[in-house]
Ligand binder design. Sequence first.
Ligand code: ARG
Length: 260
Amino acid sequence: MKNLKKILAAVLALCILLCFAGCGPKDTNSEADGKKVLTMATNAEFPPYEYHEGDEIVGIDAEVAAAIAEKLGMELEIADVDFDSIIPGVQQGKYDMGMAGMTVTDDRLEKVNFSDTYAKGVQVVIVKEDGGIASLDDVNGKKIGVQQGTTGDIYASDTVEKGGYGEENVTKYANGALAVEALKAGKVDCVIIDNEPAKAYVAANEGLKILDTEYANEDYAICFAKDNTELQTKVNNALKELIADGTVQKIVDKYIKAEK
Ligand code: ARG
């Protein structure tokens, strides 16, 4: 009799457990409308690649990523984080991929894998129109603003012998917009940043210009965790199709108007 009670209790407990397992809330992180979510980390102060428009994050990367997600039958979710936490977050699996006008470098290739490249960038120098900096040589000894952890930061922070301007002359900001604000406020004498964001910032702010010299050509690509070659392959295939059928170019043309 005692045994029967025990068995009944055990069966009941098992039923409750199974019910919970079966009826529990769905994992909302990995599904939305039944579609798998593709999380992309970016730093959305980088027009025209990614920036805020009202509540939305728009730009070339945001739209290309959405097109990729659509091809993969996934739902794109964008996380706006500091640029230098994109790679660590991707490495830890917090985000499926990082897409942020991110330059492929040897150092980064040790931490993450990159997709095929989908755009090119050039590091340029933004100065005040009347700031007295006319060439890269004039930048020597001046105060330089950069976006923390970007290639502009890495080049500028190098020693003079290695072609940089010395760490002591570099102020690192969490994003490009803050660096440009600092330039306008006279806290730094110039900002080193990628050419397209530079153009966007100069267009949106009076009294700024881009130096005629440009000094580092770069390739942009999407990064993935080293062990996520499955997604890397899928994204590369989608990207190839989107380049071949002109979708990527159409998105670029929407955001970057041909020079007049
Ligand atoms: N191309 C540069 C780099 O990879 C700057 C990228 C900054 N991107 C951004 N979304 N804030 O370091």
